[in-house]
Design a binder for this molecule. Structure first.
Ligand SMILES: [Zn+2]
Ligand SMILES: [Zn+2]
Length: 358
């Protein structure tokens, strides 16, 4: 049997584990093994597999070494076979139409803040998924737990993204952006000059989520009226229990991770009316531990006339494939594709964000 590409198999396993919302340490084993194996010469790789010394290299363990051996023997690695056997079902009907219409993702993190992978890895995964663009939205300075970027680091990131873009395939680009914190007084946690330079600004509440309704409403209305804000991120801040998505071979099956949090209190009608008035989009956050906004609010936003952005809020490459969860919920609520800003062309998307700045 012809040998398979062991690096591609390791990366595919990592992608599927990330998509299944598996624990980071498990994914990391496959990503670091892929990097180590990719750096080896072909002869040395074969020699080590033959001698059984692959697992002696740092970054490679027994499971990943076995996977490489199986790939080189021309077999689909057992680990990969198991993951693919339990892959989710295809989307149907309106959800499939919506997913098909999406051209990119407006909320994506890298290891510059609290994501697990470099910008380049995220971009390549987005290319493989057929995206035309990805908006890089790492966190803002006040969110220190998520290594938010102070102005100087964001400036460096912008230079870096320009370089990465040059090396990416034609027809795909990284758009610059931020997930900026909405501070307690409703202002945005980054310099105006920088916010003005970014292609897309997602703004979210991450603190004082239990504040009383009047205060939270004022805070959100101030932010929505800010000319830099384009998309209101995960509007209620709720957390739902995050079981592993789908069923994977082992480990976290049925094991619930993370804590839950109820939605924030605010005047929904006022917030939605402000989004309509200022032409801002309500994010449909795809993360299985958020599913924000809940369907009742999503329906209200649709009836109010809001625009939407269906975003993964991915912190790892495999999570870029979570768009399907947002599409399913949007379709259930009857959201039409033309109301979703990331079904638009890049040019139209940027024209839209430009209108907010003027
Ligand atoms: Zn967030
Ligand atoms: Zn985020």
């Amino acid at each position: 049997m012809a040998a398979r590409d062991p690096v591609a198999d390791l990366r595919r396993i990592a992608f599927l584990l990330e998509r299944a919302n598996e624990a980071t340490y498990r994914v990391r084993a496959f990503r670091s093994a892929a990097a180590t194996v990719a750096a080896l010469g072909h002869d040395e790789l074969l020699e080590r597999v033959r001698a059984g010394t692959l697992a002696k290299l740092s970054g490679v363990g027994d499971v990943t070494a076995r996977t490489v051996g199986e790939s080189l023997a021309g077999e689909v690695p057992a680990y990969l076979r198991r993951l693919e056997a339990t892959e989710g079902t295809d989307l149907h009907g309106a959800a499939a139409v919506l997913r098909e219409a999406l051209r990119g993702d407006c909320h994506v993190h890298s290891d510059w803040s609290d994501g697990g992978s470099p910008i380049e890895e995220m971009a390549l995964a987005a290319v493989e998924l057929g995206h035309e663009y990805m908006v890089l939205t790492d966190h803002s300075p006040r969110l220190t737990v998520a290594r938010g970027l102070p102005p100087a680091r964001l400036r460096r990131q912008l230079d870096h993204v320009a370089k990465v873009n040059e090396a990416l395939p034609e027809g795909f680009r990284i758009l610059t952006g931020i997930e900026v914190d909405i501070l307690e007084n409703g202002s945005l946690d980054q310099e105006d000059e920088l916010l003005a330079r970014l292609d897309v600004v997602v703004a979210s509440v991450h603190s004082k989520l239990r504040d009383e309704s009047a205060k939270m409403t004022r805070r959100m209305l101030t932010a929505i009226a800010n000319p830099h804000l384009d998309i209101l991120g995960h509007m209620t801040g709720r957390k739902v229990s995050a079981a592993a998505v789908g069923v994977t071979g082992e480990g976290d099956r049925g094991h619930r991770r993370g804590s839950t949090r109820p939605p924030s209190d605010f005047d929904l009608d006022k917030v939605l009316a402000a989004c309509v008035e200022h032409g801002k989009a309500v994010e449909i956050n795809c993360r299985p531990d958020r599913l924000d906004p809940p369907k009742r609010m999503l329906t209200a936003a649709l009836e109010a006339g809001c625009l939407f952005s269906i975003d993964t809020d991915a912190h790892a490459p495999g999570q870029l494939d979570w768009l399907r969860f947002g599409c399913e919920r949007a379709a259930m609520c009857g959201v039409p594709a033309d109301r979703v800003v990331n079904t638009w062309s890049v040019e139209r998307l940027l024209e839209w964000t430009d209108t907010h700045k003027r």
